[in-house]
Structure formats: C-alpha cells, structure tokens
Design a protein around this ligand. Structure first.
Ligand SMILES: O=C(O)CCC(=O)C(=O)O
Ligand SMILES: [Fe+2]
Length: 314
C-alpha cells in the first residue's frame, strides 16, 4: 500500500546522491524507483557549482527585462526561454543523461504492433519533448505560489490509484537550485505521494503537515511528475532564490503540421486575428502556449487589440 491519504502512511520524500553513484544508469534506476513511489525525488549534487554559477552569470543580464506573470507575486521574476539564454543550461542541465533516462521511462509513448494501415502492423516509440525552460527567481519577501499540479495546463485529469501505473503522467519537471533553496527563502514545497491521488479531491492548504520543503544546495535537483502537488514557497529572506525549471512532456502534445515554421511569417501577419489564434498564436486555458508568460499573439500582431496574458480560469 503506497497511499498517503485517508489515514494511511505518509510517503517520505526520497533523496539520492549523484556523487555516491558514478554509474548514470544505476543512478537513474534509483531516481525512477523513488519517483514511482513518491512522485518526486531530490538528487543531491546532480550538477557542480561551476555549472550553476555559469548559469547564474548567463541569466543575470536578462533579469532587468524579465517580467512577472499573473499568478506570481511582483517580487518574483521568471526568466523564460532559458534554453537560448544559457548554453550551459541547454547543454549541461537539459542534457543530463540521468534526466533523459528518467523522462524516457515515464513519458515515452509506446504503440505496440497494431494494424493502423491495412496489413501493415506498426509499432512506434516516441520519446518525450521539451515543454518549457525558465528560471524562477523569488525575490526578497516574495510570495509563494499556490499548490498546483503542472499538468493543469494540459487539462489532465486522473483518478486515485493504489500503485503507480506507467502511462499516467503527461509531464515531468526537473527543478535545479542555482542558489540555496529552502523553506525560509522560498524553497519548493512538495506533497510526496500526491501523484496517486484523485484530481477531484479538495486540495490541501499550505499548512498541511504532509507538505515538505527539501533544503537544496546549488546543483541539487528536485524531479517531480506533473501529477505531484507542489509550489514555489514564500521567501522570508533578503536574498533572491533562483531555481531553473526544465519541463518535459509526452511527444504527442504537438500540432500535426508545425504552424510556426510551415508558413511565411509576413503572410501570417496579414491573416485576420481569428485565423492567427486558430493556428496556435493563442493561450489555451488556463495557461498553455505562452511566450514569455504572455499571449503569443503579441509576438506577431501587436495591434490585435485584445490579449490574454496570464492564468485564464473561470
Ligand atoms: O519555483 C518553484 O519552486 C516551482 C515553480 C513551479 O512549480 C512552476 O513554475 O510550475
Ligand atoms: Fe509547478
């Protein structure tokens, strides 16, 4: 029994140490088993401080221009599109082989031999894709986020299960501390075991004793499924907390024809707004498809008149 609700045992947040395991395959196996059990896992020393310091250096020039977004306090900043702002983030953090073994395990789409065309049994194995990359900077006395599941953007809905079944999740995130990240400065709050819950259940409030905030040092990562409840915490210190976020999602979550590269942008700019939005230059409720956390239509049509820039729920 692995449930942690209705009076049954609380599931602890698992920790593994990358330094005590030189073999990436063995480390990934440990992380996979931990995430299967708890929905999340801390990997100590996933990256060295040379890496995290270089990423901070790459991010620093973008901080002044980076915005706040609706759903985040004005003392927080999100540096988006991080992949093209830091080569070290893109190549070393996003490229970590253990991260890839873990996401491949949880998010690969597999279709066993099936007759999809007459007399042609087809098998496919599609590996996950990058979903988003950004850095969350919670400034001095910045407010925390609401407890959430990352798959709300994909309108995912799951029912309760006693044991984790592979295929359940659409996404997985790796949060990596660039600065220390702990309870007092806005460290990420996690509810281990909530990946097994029914989405119809009332969400706990921030005083729930099952919530834990791991102390992360620069280079430590927290990996969590998109079904696991979590939130950036509130920062009660004078220092900014910086955590990079790399999200992976299942491969099928894309359009059949790539609308952003298939057309001449000058032609697209002349289309009516309804067509631009239909092509995908729009936010899907509650908050999917953004560019710099804003309505993507702003990028191609600043005269569109009406924009939807943040969480859009009713
Ligand atoms: O900043 C954090 O610790 C968590 C960020 C997060 O959960 C998100 O952006 O979805
Ligand atoms: Fe999140």
């Amino acid at each position: 029994m692995t449930r942690n609700k209705k009076g049954s045992l609380q599931i602890p947040l698992p920790y593994v140490n990358a330094k005590s395991n030189d073999d990436n395959e063995a480390l990934a196996a440990e992380v996979i088993s931990a995430i299967t059990r708890a929905g999340a896992c801390v990997v100590r020393n996933m990256f060295d401080t040379t890496t995290t310091e270089k990423v901070i250096e790459d991010i620093r020039p973008h901080l002044a221009d980076a915005g706040n977004y609706i759903g985040c306090s004005i003392t927080s900043t999100t540096v988006t599109a991080l992949l093209s702002k830091s080569d070290t983030f893109a190549l070393d953090i996003v490229g970590h082989p253990v991260f890839h073994t873990v996401i491949d395990h949880f998010l690969t789409n597999e279709l066993r031999p099936r007759q999809v065309l007459p007399n042609q049994p087809v098998s496919v194995r599609c590996k996950p894709q990058l979903d988003a990359s950004f850095c969350v900077c919670i400034g001095p006395h910045g407010e925390g986020q609401d407890l959430h599941r990352d798959d709300i953007d994909r309108l995912h809905w799951l029912s309760e299960t006693d044991e984790y079944n592979l295929g359940r999740d659409l996404g997985l995130a790796m949060l990596t501390a660039l600065t220390p990240s702990m309870r007092k400065n806005g460290g990420t709050v996690v509810l281990p075991g909530s990946h097994l819950w029914d989405y119809g259940d009332v969400l706990p409030d921030h005083t729930d004793p099952r919530l834990v905030t791991p102390d992360l040092n620069p280079g430590d990562s927290l990996l969590l499924l998109s079904s696991t409840l979590h939130a950036g915490g509130s920062n009660q210190t004078e220092e900014t907390r910086m955590v990079t976020a790399c999200f992976a999602a299942r491969a099928h979550l894309k359009q059949l024809e790539n609308q952003y590269l298939a057309h001449d942008l000058d032609k697209v700019r002349k289309f009516p707004v309804w067509l631009q939005r239909f092509m995908g230059y729009s936010l899907t409720q509650p908050y999917c498809g953004w560019v710099d956390k804003k309505d993507p239509l702003r990028v191609i049509n600043s005269n569109a008149g009406e924009f939807f820039d943040g969480w859009n729920m009713f």
